[in-house]
Design a protein. Sequence first.
Length: 555
Amino acid sequence: MKFYKSGSDTLPTSIENSGLAQGPQNDDVSRREFLAMATTFGATTATAYSMLGMNAPALASETPKIGGTIRIGMVVRAGKDPRSYDDSPQANISRGWLEYLVRYTHAFTFEPMLLESWEISEDAKTYILNVRPGVTWHNGDALTAEHVAYNIARWCEKDVEGNSMAGRFGTLIDAETGKAADGTIEVVDDMTVRLNLPNPDITLIAGMADYPAAVVHPSAGSADPFLAPMGTGPYTLESHEAGVKAVLVRKEGHTWWNEGNGAYLDRIEYVDVGTDPTIIVASYEAEEIDANYESSGEFVDVLTGLDLVQNEAVTAATIVLRTNQFTEVNGQKPYADARVRRALSMAVDNNVLLELGVNGLGITAQNHHVCPIHPEYAKVDRLPHDPAGAMVLLKEAGMEDYEHDLISIDDDWRKNTTDAMAAQLRDAGIKVKRTVIPGASFWNDWAKFPFSSTNWNMRPLGVQILALAYRSGEAWNETGFDNAEFDNLLAEALATPDADKRRDIMARLEAIMLEEGVVTQPYWRSLYNHNRPHVKGMGMHPTFEIHIDKIWLDG
């Protein structure tokens, strides 16, 4: 069996000869997903770009300066076991001391972090993980293969509440025990772990880079790392108050494995500016922050007008307006009937939600949560926008007089998008009220609401997002969707490295999503943030990551 090693620039024929690798006739977003697959299976960033006839993004020509304090405006939430993180800001804070096996870069490629390299068999059933030598924990322990294996086993504990990593590593999990199956995680030696999968899975490297995949010391167990910060990274947590501020400082006495190639700052302050964009503007004007986590809607231009640097990433980030098929309301399950779910989508014009929700900064979507950016995307159009037809379906289901309670968080773009859907439902004659919940409370029960909106980060592969959000029984399955045909097809897609063959399977998966009316997923967002001109290396990451080790201050 042939293996493909990261950074070796030897690729499977199915990727090397793919249509996406044939040059500049392909659109920008599709290229980005080719980059993810190519670097998963062996290409360096430079080689992956060259296969597209492009140059890899150049590093800044300036020499980074050491020292200084940066203040970043971002929601500051309470900490918890990282495998149950459900929001990127939690990970951005702990990223200072808790690191990852793999990093997804601003250039849309995968690069090793705590792994020095990895190897994947041609059939994607065997992964060899080579642990980076010379990495130490804050307590002086050396990072070993046992530590890596421990973390992967933790990720596979399906019965742990909120553990979404089980959705990323489901191929390793024994259905009866809810834990990693015997023999799937093998410690070969002190610095090597082999994963022996019962079925192929092309998404594991991408899963290792996702924000709940922070690597913890075995002594930490399931503890909240904000309470006793200990990791391998260059920083530690000086203070943390949810809703106010979190402060990171350089970890004294710790030699970071990448010393000299990052961690330029002395101090990082995450200042909670809430979710109201007017507060972000006011914070810049009062010189209280130097950069911000996200800029949205009309406030992108407002912030740029303050002579700030505007950063953009074209991604598959989105919002879903979804029902939960099994949640009871007053003794009934109002969304158990697919006709009701389809009707809610048919009553809505996605173009209107794009314009009113994010000021048109994106492209419309087709309600199946697979994006043209994804290599296995199949063109399957949404059910037609048909308000009259929607009411016919509701009458057939005996639900024409039901009053729906549509819930959202209280921020700008998510609230605006949800308001726009509620207005269109009312225009179609559907009874609906709106409930708006403060951000501090919304995330406590986000997966349990009967009818609500939720933002979703980009994932590099379409099969990733379907496995996380719509496979039956997963921690992040907020729709209650449970469909055996869908689950079986998804397992087949996860086992298919060839994107063209995977696309045929994806066409049916997307069709099932539409037939079942699982979500109204109206648009794909372009992401923005801003920083002051003296802040270097900030950028807008496609999955909202803040790589604080790459940021420095020029003055």
